[in-house]
Design a protein around this ligand. Structure first.
Ligand SMILES: [Zn+2]
Length: 255
């Protein structure tokens, strides 16, 4: 079993550590800040063996330089975004083998940024800022359609896939979800459970795809309630799920 832990950084970022079974070997996902990473590595006697980068936002890559000053390790990331010190540019469906770890499969999930990728490993998806618990990333480049299609692609994964996103946005996202879908019992239940975790200072992550499909409005654009609420908000008829998604994303930006 992989041991996976969230290292907190900045206001609400999570830098994920993926530790190999019966080993101190650790993968570091999206180190936006080296300081908490170095502290956690030292405290737990972990050995970093590679850095995995989902996309080029500063809060995901700014720690790379300092980490490489301490450890001579490879940096895996998307082939079409600027990632400092990238040694292994990756493309869709590429498989990455790192000793001691299960096979890692690369998934293109653009939309938040144009080259955004996810890493599938051991039944988990490390999805950066594409999908969040009960929400999704902002559109930094390109049309909503691109992110919509990426989220549709994620929806096709096995429902028990664990979702490791890069920010603790769950409570705010659930408020928005409950506004759209006030009678959804799964959302109500999730608000309670998330509140308990956050009250204890624990991450609300990982999520599961199953839970996202029940509670995340951005994965539920084909749902009649979600569509009707969005139509009411925009005062327009929204004929397709993609149109619902586009309006929902704009609505969330104003929320
Ligand atoms: Zn980002």
């Amino acid at each position: 079993m992989l041991k996976i832990q969230a290292i907190s950084a900045f206001e609400d970022n999570y830098i994920w550590f993926i530790q190999a079974p019966n080993s101190q070997a650790t993968l570091i996902v999206d180190p936006g800040d080296a300081t908490p990473v170095l502290a956690a590595l030292k405290q737990q006697n972990l050995i970093p063996v590679a850095i995995l980068i989902t996309h080029g936002c500063h809060d995901h890559v700014d720690g790379i330089n300092t980490l490489l000053a301490h450890y001579d390790i490879p940096v895996y990331g998307p082939n079409n975004e600027f990632i400092p010190h990238l040694t292994h540019p990756l493309i869709e469906k590429e498989e990455v083998t790192i000793t001691g770890f299960p096979l890692i499969t690369v998934m293109d999930i653009p939309g938040h940024t144009k080259g955004h990728i996810g890493f599938l490993i051991g039944g988990g998806l490390f999805c950066g800022d594409a999908l969040f618990a009960a929400g999704c990333g902002r559109l930094h480049s390109g049309p909503a359609k691109v992110l919509f299609e990426s989220l549709q692609k994620i929806s096709q994964l096995p429902e028990n896939t664990k979702i490791y996103c890069a920010h603790e946005y769950t409570e705010a996202n659930l408020k928005f979800a409950a506004t759209i879908d006030p009678n959804n019992k799964d959302i109500q239940q999730r608000i309670i459970e998330t509140g308990l975790l956050r009250h204890k200072g624990l991450p609300s992550l990982p999520s599961t795809l199953d839970l996202e499909l029940k509670t995340n409005p951005f994965l539920r654009c084909d749902n009649a309630t979600v569509r009707q609420a969005t139509e009411q908000y925009t005062n327009q008829t929204l004929a397709t799920s993609e149109q619902v998604f586009t309006s929902l994303r704009l609505w969330k930006d104003m929320f």
